[in-house]
Write a protein that binds this ligand. Structure first.
Ligand code: PLP
Length: 393
């Protein structure tokens, strides 16, 4: 297959899009870019024999569920609500992992999920009788345990589930044969926006210990964080590794990328509301870092702006909220901003759309679906005062 695509220049996909066609603010997702990513993932799936799931935590746009389900084997969920969404809209399997399950949610989670993955032997022991009961009653749910490989590849502790004192996964050094007896599978997730090599090194660090356990299991889930749809990702390396794990250990291999499904496929459109000055040119917009792109402050990172230039007036762009730190970053647009002008931040389909909130009563962005081949545009969702009010009492 030929993957020469606008992904090598993500701006390309949206540079022809007229930003005034949507309400502001608004997430605009290009279904052509999503399908291009899905084709790459489906190819990896077909050539490696892995089962590739969409991680709903990164991208939950259920309007695209029929398209996504045509290419991928299922979804991974972070708890009851995502498992419900996965079952309701997507076809294929549902794998659920949470760092802590509540007893009240467990019967429904067990009924909705093909795999339920526990974070600790404690949670496993607490809920195993429920899982056994569900299976005796004809349920097909399989159970697994998340391990912490105690091998770090992360650049920052906040995004490194293998960092010291991490609460995610059971440290592999604490596990014995007895802890994993009777399990259907193991899960590990330690990567974040990474290429193939960190996965290869992580697997090499744990294989000698998990290999003998896998002999009595059905699957290993290698989590997410694999940037498989980036042009420079070593997909042949991944395919070879998956094939080798399947052959050597006799297990099915699951991958659950989130970002890779919607990389370079969505923008967040906003409007310039005011252009004051204080030590430098400022731009107040109806896009808020804290409400609409919280990872800008949490990660932190600087999202790219559509149409940035090397020279010109540099503005500090920020949101309308009261938070002094509601700053998206410093940007130099190709031409000076004017009030009322539309702007767009790139790569906002992933994580931003699922993390929005209405702090200060800041309106939620609308959601639109665009087809960059046909130019067809659909405004799928607009939010109003009621959406703000209904989260409160
Ligand atoms: C358990 C698990 N699986 C999958 C993912 C998806 O990761 P990404 O969107 O980076 O591919 C995450 C992300 O945090 C995760 O915690």
């Amino acid at each position: 297959m030929n993957y020469e695509s606008p992904m090598t220049d993500p701006v390309n996909t949206f540079k022809t899009f007229d930003l005034t066609r949507v309400p502001s603010p608004c997430f605009v997702v290009d279904e052509v870019a999503i399908e291009r990513n899905l084709k790459i993932l489906a190819d990896v799936q077909a050539r490696s024999g892995a089962h590739v799931f969409l991680a709903l935590k990164a991208f939950s746009m259920f309007a695209l569920a029929p398209l996504i389900s045509r290419y991928l084997s299922g979804v991974c969920a972070s708890g009851l609500y995502e498992a419900k969404l996965g079952r309701e809209y997507f076809s294929g399997e549902v794998a659920t992992f949470s760092a802590g399950y509540k007893a009240a949610d467990m019967p429904e989670i067990l009924a909705l999920s093909d795999h339920v993955i526990f974070n600790s032997p404690g949670q496993l022991a607490r809920f195993r009788p429920m899982a056994d009961k569900a299976r005796k009653a004809g349920g097909k749910v399989e159970i697994g345990l998340r391990i912490n490989p105690e091998h770090s590849e992360g650049w920052t502790e906040k995004y490194d589930p293998a960092a010291p004192c991490s609460r995610l996964g059971t440290p592999i050094s604490q596990l014995s044969e007895g802890d994993v007896a009777g399990l259907d599978g193991l899960h590990m997730h330690t990567l974040c926006e990474q290429g193939f090599e960190p996965l290869a090194r992580t697997w090499a660090a744990v294989e000698h210990q998990v290999g003998p356990w896998l002999k009595r299991m059905k699957w290993i889930n290698l989590g997410g964080g694999h940037h498989i749809t980036q042009p420079d990702y070593d997909r042949d390396g991944l395919i070879a590794l998956v094939r080798r794990i399947r052959a050597d250990h006799g297990v099915e291999v699951y991958l659950e990328p989130g970002e890779a499904v919607a990389l370079h496929a969505g923008i967040l459109v906003g409007e310039v509301l005011d252009l004051p000055e204080n030590g430098m040119p400022l731009a107040i917009t109806d896009i808020s870092a804290t409400c609409h792109m919280p990872d800008v402050l949490e990660a932190p990172y600087r999202p790219a702006l559509l149409g940035e230039a090397d020279t010109g007036t540099t503005y500090r762009i920020g949101g309308p909220s009261c938070l002094a730190g509601d700053v998206i970053g410093d940007y130099t647009p190709a031409a000076p901003f004017s009030v009322g002008q539309r702007i767009a931040f790139l790569d906002q389909a992933i994580y931003s759309m699922v993390k929005t909130n209405t702090f200060n009563g800041v309106p939620l962005p609308a959601i639109a679906l665009w087809n960059s081949d046909t130019d067809k545009l659909r405004i799928l969702r607009e939010f109003g005062y009621e959406d703000f009010r209904n989260r409160l009492s």
